[in-house]
Design a binder for this molecule. Structure first.
Ligand code: SF4
Ligand code: SF4
Length: 334
């Protein structure tokens, strides 16, 4: 048996991550969907715009990872064109985040060398997954995932953990090993999009998370699956860093908004926008100003959006500091 140690994956200053939402439309209606059409519109970028924006964010002299997402990106008829264009522009890696439906025969149109496929699945059985993602989704997603593995694609899987599936997370591990998944991303449900709706209380507590997630990650690594999950709370000696200040991440939406922090996406506080084909900074109160604030609780956006996650001692000092939502931990196969 291999061993797995959990370690924090610190931000790498030279690395760039470009999250390009090609459209906001989707064939599913997941219970925790984070897409917010009021903020990001209902459009799809056209082929020319896709190529122009890929050029705008390309930096072949730097390690630049591209993640194509939506809505459901395989609904876009020019997705394969986007993948090939990105490769020609020198993006280091290209990943397609899909709900598993693989529309427009995408497996026939790209090769395993061109992109990694990342499937979303929120439970080890239809009984757990389908109430969250839709009737019949488990069967379609796992069948297409198998097809992708059989064709030689590197496949990863994202599971969004909430109160409704935490107890079933451990059972995902043997399933992923059987399916041939290489990387497992465990995501904590955020207060964005539908999850922010009052009465939709899906978040797990810190104690519940700590009890389950690190052990599941270690078990997955023992079966040869590289597993990544959010840090959430910092340990006593660890320093806080806001990715908006020390890392280079871009979250691009089809209406031209560009955010540097995913927690800001429900608000019109994006620091950048694409105007007349150029990336321009926005004046006024944007997320950029929030990144500069230093507070004892750690992440400013968490303090504003999710104060219920914080506990204080009798003197008013926070008991834990919340890390940047983009800071990850990993368990690698030993
Ligand atoms: S697959 Fe993604 S975009 Fe589509 S409804 Fe589910 S969470 Fe939203
Ligand atoms: S999640 Fe918090 S710490 Fe991370 S980029 Fe956003 S504001 Fe900064």
């Amino acid at each position: 048996m291999t061993t797995a140690a959990i370690r924090t994956v610190h931000f790498r200053p030279r690395e760039r991550n470009v999250f390009f939402h090609l459209l906001t439309g989707c064939n599913l209606a997941c219970r925790h969907c984070y897409i917010n059409s009021e903020q990001h519109g209902r459009q799809m970028v056209d082929r020319q715009t896709m190529a122009a924006w890929l050029r705008l964010f390309a930096a072949p002299d730097r390690e630049t990872n591209l993640i194509l997402l939506g809505g459901e990106p395989t609904l876009h008829p020019d997705l394969a064109y986007g993948v090939k264009t990105a490769r020609n522009l020198g993006y280091s890696t290209v990943t397609i985040d899909t709900n598993g439906y693989l529309f427009h025969d995408i497996l026939e149109k790209i090769s395993p060398e061109e992109a990694v496929l990342s499937f979303s699945l929120d439970g080890p059985t239809p009984e757990v997954n389908d109430p969250l993602r839709g009737a019949g989704v488990f069967a379609v997603c796992t069948a297409n995932l198998k097809k992708a593995v059989a064709r030689g694609f590197t496949v990863s899987l994202i599971c969004t953990v909430s109160r409704l599936n935490l107890a079933h997370l451990a059972k995902m591990v043997p399933l992923l090993a059987e399916l041939g998944v290489s990387r497992f991303f465990i995501q904590v449900i955020g207060l964005r999009g539908k999850s922010a709706t009052p009465g939709n209380e899906l978040q797990v507590s810190f104690a519940e998370w700590l009890k389950v997630v690190p052990e599941v990650a270690a078990n997955a690594a023992r079966l040869g699956i590289h597993t990544i999950f959010p840090k959430v709370f910092l340990d006593a000696g660890e320093s806080f860093a806001c990715a908006g200040r020390v890392a280079e991440n871009y979250f691009i939406f089809p209406n031209g908004r560009v955010y540097r922090c995913p927690l800001c996406e429900d608000f019109p506080v994006h620091s950048l926008e694409i105007k007349d084909g150029l990336l321009v900074e926005r004046p006024g109160l944007t997320e950029e100003r929030l990144f500069q604030l230093e507070i004892p609780e750690g992440c400013v956006m968490n303090r504003l959006l999710q104060p219920g996650n914080l506990d204080y001692d009798a003197t008013g000092k926070p008991l834990h500091r919340v890390s940047c939502c983009l800071l990850k931990q990993e368990a690698r196969p030993g």
